[in-house]
Design a protein around this ligand. Structure first.
Ligand SMILES: Cc1cc2nc3c(=O)[nH]c(=O)nc-3n(C[C@H](O)[C@H](O)[C@H](O)COP(=O)(O)OP(=O)(O)OC[C@H]3O[C@@H](n4cnc5c(N)ncnc54)[C@H](O)[C@@H]3O)c2cc1C
Length: 489
């Protein structure tokens, strides 16, 4: 029997990030994964601007980007229509980092810090009581039991934990499968989405040269998700779109994906919290799955750690549902719209070019482009902060400000490396020093010179980087109490 504060089932990006956040916040996580080694398939290949900020806030972005030579993307896509990320208020582009590199970095950090990551431990049963969770796993040396106070189910779209709890996964079955592949091609290099008149389509992305990442679909996508992909089938798909201009030289890996769209109703069942694909599945395009899962993990990690440490205010854990369920629902809506617009199933709907043309025209309006880019990058996520002020910053992520702190240049996001709360005091007199003192064990009080882009004199930032208070009519003590519990005596 091994014990931890939080058992994380699944060492995909969501589970590893959740464990990393728990570890940073001083809780003891344990990670279990059925696989003995990481899945080598590249799968998602982009971290969006908000995720880049999240990594930056933890000091992980530079080490991640140092693991390879990753191209950046300033113009992304929505169903193949260009989306200009440069209009968003961030210093980051999207980075084309394969999912495996993210997993590798996070897992190495956890292992180096002594967090148990048990590979080859397939969870087959779980019992949850009022204050503890016990899982049974089939491990290389036999059956083992693991015990914790909470459990994060980050065990993917076919979540065993969901099934053990008998939970519905409402939504709809995919309309058809497409091929995703890592391949070497000859001929003209292509980028982005291309389609044929009869509904076939291929999207290409850069991977480490000379290998490219392809997603190819259209009519005839009836093969089940688990059916093997042959080189001939991929060749047929390429020929349908490119004719003889592009040739398949080598196929490294291939799998199938579909456009199923499902979301669990409740992200929390007692001591069990669902995150990532275990909570929501959808068309896995444009990095939405990976990025949403990482966002779930960062939202949940500090809240669970607060509960473990005993200072979580009443209702804090339930804000995981109220904040992240709407984000997941919006991702489903966005990916379902993309599936329709790009004609995922290859119906050849003759009206679609007109709809796409109209949308492309609409996107020439700067506000429309800004709205879409905000949604695709995750930068527009605004949580509903009960009792929050009218300040449009409240609920949003803290902007990445250039600050002067103790005479030195600091970026506001670099102040979040500790994973603690942040009371950013922009008054010249350090007016918020007194109230901050009582929460000093959970919240850093940082004085910086007033900033021209920030009209308020102070802001309180949660460990996940979202602003939960700015100076105004509401007292900072109330906000500190609401998000960080009772002050230390
Ligand atoms: C072939 C493929 C291509 C994809 N391409 C894209 C893409 O281009 N763009 C995009 O955005 N997304 C893509 N995705 C989706 C993306 O990979 C997922 O959204 C992302 O992996 C979700 O991360 P996660 O950590 O929530 O779940 P997962 O990455 O699925 O991780 C779940 C983990 O749980 C483990 N597990 C499962 N059951 C158990 C159990 N009983 N006991 C212990 N461990 C268990 C699994 O071994 C796995 O490691 C693709 C997915 C696949 C499969």
């Amino acid at each position: 029997m091994a014990a931890a504060d939080v058992i994380v089932v699944g060492a995909g990006p969501t589970g590893l990030m959740a464990a990393a956040e728990l570890m940073l916040a001083g809780a003891r996580p344990m990670v279990l994964d059925a696989l003995t080694a990481r899945n080598p398939m590249s799968r998602a290949g982009v971290i969006h601007c908000r995720t880049a900020e999240l990594f930056d806030q933890r000091g992980l972005l530079e080490p991640l980007l140092a693991t390879g030579d990753y191209p950046t993307t300033e113009i992304g896509h929505f169903a193949g229509l260009p989306v200009d990320y440069r209009v968003t208020p961030t210093r980051h582009p999207a980075y084309n980092v394969p999912q495996g590199s993210i997993e590798q970095l996070l897992e190495a950090r956890l292992v180096d810090a002594g967090v148990p990551v048990f590979r080859g431990h397939r969870v087959v049963d779980m019992t949850a009581e009022a204050d503890r969770v016990t899982v049974t796993a089939n491990a290389p040396d036999g059956v083992v039991l693991h015990r914790g106070r909470y459990l994060v189910a980050a065990d993917g779209g076919r979540s065993t934990i969901r099934k053990i709890l008998g939970l519905d996964f409402p939504g709809r079955q995919g309309s058809s499968t497409a091929i995703t592949a890592e391949a070497v091609l000859a001929g003209r290099t292509r980028q982005g989405l291309e389609r044929s008149r009869d509904g076939h389509w291929v999207i290409q992305f850069p991977l480490e040269a000379p290998v490219r990442r392809l997603v190819a679909g259209g009519p005839g996508g009836a093969a089940p998700r688990d059916a093997e992909v042959s080189a001939d089938e991929l060749r047929m798909r390429l020929r349908a779109v490119y004719g003889d201009e592009v040739e398949l030289v080598a196929l490294r890996r291939a799998a199938r994906i579909d456009d199923s769209a499902r979301q669990i109703t409740s992200y929390r069942v007692g001591q069990v919290f669902f995150a990532g694909d275990a909570a929501h599945i959808h068309l896995p395009l444009a990095g939405q799955g990976l990025n949403t899962g990482l966002g779930d993990a960062v939202n949940l990690g500090w809240k669970l750690a607060a509960a473990v440490h005993g200072w979580a205010p009443k209702g804090l854990l339930d804000t995981y549902q109220t904040e992240r369920h709407p984000v997941g629902a919006r991702v489903l809506a966005n990916t379902q719209t993309q599936g329709l617009l790009m004609d995922w199933a290859g119906t050849g709907n003759a009206d679609l070019p007109a709809v796409r043309g109209l949308l492309a025209e609409l996107l020439r309006v700067p506000e429309a482009m800004g709205w879409l880019a905000g949604m695709m990058t995750g930068l527009d996520i605004r949580y509903d902060i009960p009792g929050g002020s009218e300040d449009p910053l409240v609920g949003m992520r803290m902007p990445d400000l250039d600050l002067t702190v103790a005479g030195e240049h600091r970026r506001s996001h670099s102040l979040m490396h500790t994973g603690r709360g942040l009371l950013l005091d922009l008054t010249s007199s350090g007016q918020f020093s007194d109230p901050a003192r009582a929460w000093a064990d959970r919240v850093d009080h940082v004085r910086a010179k007033p900033h021209e882009d920030v009209p308020s004199t102070a802001m309180l930032v949660r460990p996940d980087g979202h602003v939960c208070w700015t100076s105004g009519p509401k007292e900072v003590e109330d906000a500190l109490r609401s998000w960080f519990g009772a002050p230390a005596t």
